[in-house]
Design a protein around this ligand. Structure first.
Ligand SMILES: Cc1cc2nc3c(=O)[nH]c(=O)nc-3n(C[C@H](O)[C@H](O)[C@H](O)COP(=O)(O)O)c2cc1C
Length: 538
């Protein structure tokens, strides 16, 4: 299969739309082995049609103009799939692409074709098997209602219903690195569409994903207006820090309102400017003066924000490297992506999860152990049977919660301990301390891995899977995981030595009370530590 992308954007390789066309071609090639060629119309020598009809009369099938168009026509005729990729220009195709379209006249025969209601010319070549997809982005918030001229033209020269379309509004967002999560999700749908197009055609759910706005209209338009950096009334150039603050504020997600207004103060140290964003129940306000008392203050040079915006460094890495300092309420930072994530919750096209499946739960890793410790304390055999029952039931619980390696290891370990206890109840003296040691080992060893144990279970409170990319979140969890690991390793040791001694009755109390204290410490530490870390800047 030969795929030909005709990139009609005057921006050449910098085209927004080209990203979509490439994603579609990628998806298509995944499903059907293909050879891809890209034509950048901007870089070709394509002159305007002279209207001389020489290609029909004097040199049939050949244009008299000595430019690159002969080569383009050759590629066009040979292609199995043509992807017409262009940004919408004045509700039509960009000028040079129109030149290319006009110059296709040699592909047609001069005679009239009576089969078309409004008149047409038959093709010089048999291109009935050729497929076409129009892929385009436009600058308005929606593609809807903006493509009538385009489809009217292609209906005539390709035939109504003989081509597929992917039209997407808010096209300029595809070049904004900060919004990549949303635009990548869209591109995943385009790729999926390409895959499906190679098979039985684009599916309804994919079409629905492609039809979704990248951002709600008011969010997009506020971002777009701010992006020009020009004041609406005076036409004066705006301070880039103010532009940046407004663009960021435009992404405010009202659903994240935490029951009270928050005032985020942005201090740009390199240019000595300061702005505030007031996050309210029904919207936001950007203040240039008459400042309020801030609830959170971020102190950093504008250049750091610009590097983050350009994708040179992630916000989390910048925080880890202490390139900015945060004062006041740190909760806003912990939920940053949610607070400034308006409209950024697209349905995933790339990685479908089992319907109704929830993220990992602490319940899954703790339940087998707690059952074993609690139940065997009362009755060795009954406790062992109960623990085996719980481990077996974990299979049902895992249908609802995403299983981690720790959940699986926990269930297997408790199963083994319970079986050993059933085989010989007198082993309890060794099995109980061993269970604590294994539990402590599980936590401690996980500290050596990229994602420590507690991170899997607490990420749901910190933006889900994305938290696993946040070094400060991982560092906080590594410390906590280690604390729990050490506690249980020590618990295993003292349980081993104190069992069977007069101090044994105190064991139950100690082994239950200490985790409660560590639990309280954990709840405090996971908020305190990131704030403490971020309050200092180099
Ligand atoms: C001269 C010009 C005319 C445009 N006309 C329209 C238009 O009529 N409707 C629209 O929604 N966007 C319009 N746009 C915006 C582009 O369609 C939008 O920026 C698109 O993403 C560009 O795609 P590209 O990067 O692939 O060229 C226009 C842009 C320019 C430069």
């Amino acid at each position: 299969m030969k795929i030909l992308i005709i990139n009609g954007s005057p921006k050449g390789k910098q085209s927004n739309t080209l990203k979509l066309a490439r994603a579609f071609a990628d998806g298509f090639s995944e499903a059907c082995s293909s050879e891809l060629e890209e034509l950048t119309v901007r870089d070709l020598d394509i002159r305007p049609c002279l209207g001389c009809f020489s290609c029909w009369r004097k040199t049939p099938g050949k244009c008299v103009l000595p430019d690159d168009m002969a080569g383009v026509l050759e590629k066009l005729v040979r292609a199995d799939l043509v992807l017409w990729s262009f940004g919408l220009y004045y509700f039509s195709v960009p000028g040079k692409l129109k030149l290319l379209i006009d110059r296709q006249l040699p592909l047609a025969l001069p005679f009239m074709d009576a089969s078309s209601a409004s008149g047409s010319h038959p093709s010089r070549f048999d291109l009935r098997g050729q497929r076409h997809v129009l892929i385009s982005t436009c600058g308005f918030f929606t593609a809807e209602g903006n493509y009538q001229s385009v489809t009217a033209m292609f209906d005539h020269f390709l035939g109504k219903g003989r081509y597929e379309t992917i039209f997407c509004g808010q096209g300029e967002l595809f070049r904004v690195p900060e919004l990549r999560e949303r635009t990548d999700a869209y591109l995943a749908f385009v790729k999926k569409a390409g895959r499906e197009y190679a098979g039985n055609g684009i599916q309804e759910d994919t079409r629905a994903g492609l039809g979704e706005l990248l951002y709600p209209r008011e969010v997009f338009e506020a971002m777009a207006d701010a992006s020009w950096g020009i004041e609406k009334e005076s036409g004066q150039k705006e301070d880039p820090a103010y532009v940046f603050t407004r663009q960021m504020a435009a992404l405010y997600n009202r659903a994240s309102y935490a029951g009270r207004d928050r005032v985020l103060q942005m201090d740009y140290t390199d240019i000595g400017k300061c702005y505030q964003v007031v996050l309210k129940k029904d919207g936001y306000e950007v203040l240039k003066e008459n400042f309020l008392t801030f609830t959170t203050r971020i102190v950093t040079p504008l250049t750091v924000w610009q590097d983050i915006a350009a994708g040179k460094i992630s916000g989390q890495d910048a925080m880890m490297r202490r390139l900015y300092r945060v004062e006041g309420d740190f909760d806003l930072m912990l939920h940053w992506d949610e607070v400034f994530g308006a409209g950024s919750s697209p349905k995933e096209a790339a990685k479908p999860r089992r319907a109704g499946e929830k993220g990992p739960s602490f319940l899954c890793v703790l339940l087998p152990w707690i059952t074993f410790w609690a139940a065997t304390a009362f009755d060795r055999s009954v406790g062992a049977y109960l623990s085996i029952g719980v481990c077996a039931a974990m299979g049902i619980i895992f249908l609802r919660y995403r299983k981690t390696l720790y959940d699986a290891v926990s269930a297997a370990a408790v199963l083994g301990l319970s079986a050993a206890l059933l085989a010989d109840p007198s082993l309890y003296r060794f099995l109980l301390p061993t269970s604590y040691l294994l539990f402590g080992l599980l936590w401690s060893v996980s500290c050596l891995l990229r994602v420590p144990l507690t991170a899997w279970y607490s990420m749901k409170d910190y933006n889900g899977d994305k938290a696993l990319e946040n070094p400060l979140f991982l560092r906080t969890n590594r410390i906590l995981t280690l604390a729990w690991g050490v506690l249980y390793l020590l618990t295993g040791l003292w349980t081993f030595f104190l069992m069977g001694t007069p101090a044994a009755p105190f064991l139950t109390v100690i082994n239950n009370i200490l985790p409660v204290f560590l639990g309280l410490f954990t709840a405090w530490f996971q908020r305190w530590y990131p704030a403490h870390y971020a309050a200092k800047a180099f």
